[in-house]
Design a protein around this ligand. Structure first.
Ligand code: C2E
Ligand code: MG
Ligand code: MG
Ligand code: MG
Length: 300
């Protein structure tokens, strides 16, 4: 019927099921913001020299009425297709900056990283959205970092750069997420105003024993150091990875080894604990795993 006219199509149960699921998500997602079903989890980002938490990344979760907790991969694609992502991103920015402001009031100094959808970027009103939230929440804009993927940046280099410069003027920083996965030419690193790259987890996964991955990551770090761009490694799950990256003078690290994404109060306790943490003389990072190993993000 949906095809219209008198055309006829063979029954495709698989596809219909997927479409049905997507439609249900879309319908529910419309109400999710109003029903306060969206929540932010926060994952710590550590300075690999000091072992201290210097930032957190806000990661979206959807706690549905039936109690299930959905990861962004399960609903963000639908949000992007339907344009709901604009409203959702505004909510995320607002919520993350409110949290940042409340932590700042308690004397906790951390950077807040927020993922920005390419949809907002293409619409060209990122600056207005970010300025609004800065004014509304009273945060120090220098504590805000916006994460974008390579594909967003290279799709429209001129417009992208103008928007990045606008964000910079507001005081916010820009990070390239999932760095190395976008089949992008490296020249954009020197042409765009970028503060940080986040090396994708796929390069970090086998870093202990793959010489090829070691060479790639070492080159990324050197290249960025020469360009004045900071480097964060994503997806660190084991101490050997953290140690190797620290030896290469990678600036920061993020991953399950240091802490999973978790609710604000839990990550706040970790930040407090990390304020007294220092890297051990041996060159190992003192990760005081009593604090870091615990948080399972699916626990209530
Ligand atoms: P991302 O920005 O690259 O975030 C990192 C993802 O890797 C997160 O998945 C995080 O839970 C996961 N991760 C971190 N450390 C480890 C590790 O050591 N091992 C493994 N296996 N995974 C790790 P998550 O939360 O499911 O988010 C997936 C993606 O969804 C994010 O990738 C980001 O692109 C997107 N996303 C999340 N929140 C938002 C949001 O508020 N807005 C937008 N536009 N996108 C978001
Ligand atoms: Mg990210
Ligand atoms: Mg990433
Ligand atoms: Mg990712």
């Amino acid at each position: 019927k949906a095809i219209g006219g008198n055309s006829c199509r063979l029954f495709q149960p698989e596809m219909e099921k997927a479409e049905e699921a997507a439609m249900r998500i879309e319908l529910d997602l419309h109400k999710a913001v109003a029903r306060r079903e969206l929540v932010l989890y926060y994952q710590p980002q550590l300075d690999l020299r000091s072992g201290r938490i210097v930032g957190v990344e806000a990661l979206l979760r959807w706690r549905r009425a039936d109690g299930t907790l959905l990861a962004p991969g399960a609903f963000l694609p639908v949000a992007e297709e339907t344009g709901l992502i604009v409203q959702i991103t505004e909510w995320v920015l607002d919520e993350a900056c409110r949290q940042l402001a409340s932590w700042a009031e308690e004397g906790m100094s951390v950077r807040m990283a927020v993922n920005m959808s390419g949809v907002l970027f293409r619409r060209g009103d990122v600056r207005g959205t970010v300025l609004d939230v800065i004014e509304r929440t009273g945060i120090n804009p220098n504590d805000l970092e916006l994460e974008l993927t390579e594909s967003v940046l290279i799709a429209n280099t001129d417009s992208a750069n103008r928007q990045l410069e606008d964000l910079r003027k507001l005081g916010a920083a820009v990070a390239v997420d999932d760095f190395g996965t976008g089949y992008a030419s490296l020249t954009y690193l020197s042409r765009l105003v970028i503060d940080r790259i986040k090396i994708d987890k796929s390069f970090i996964d086998r870093i202990e024993d793959s010489e090829a991955d070691q060479a790639i990551v070492r080159s990324m770090i050197t290249l960025c150091r020469n360009l004045g761009i900071r480097v964060t490694a994503e997806g660190i799950e084991r101490p050997e990875q953290a140690r190797w990256l620290a030896q290469q003078r990678c600036d920061e690290g993020q991953g399950f080894y240091f802490g999973r994404p978790q609710p604000a109060d839990r990550v706040a306790a970790m930040i407090h604990a990390s304020m007294g943490a220092w890297r051990q003389e041996s060159g190992d990072i003192d990760l005081h795993r009593t604090v870091f190993a615990e948080g399972s993000e699916l626990a209530p």
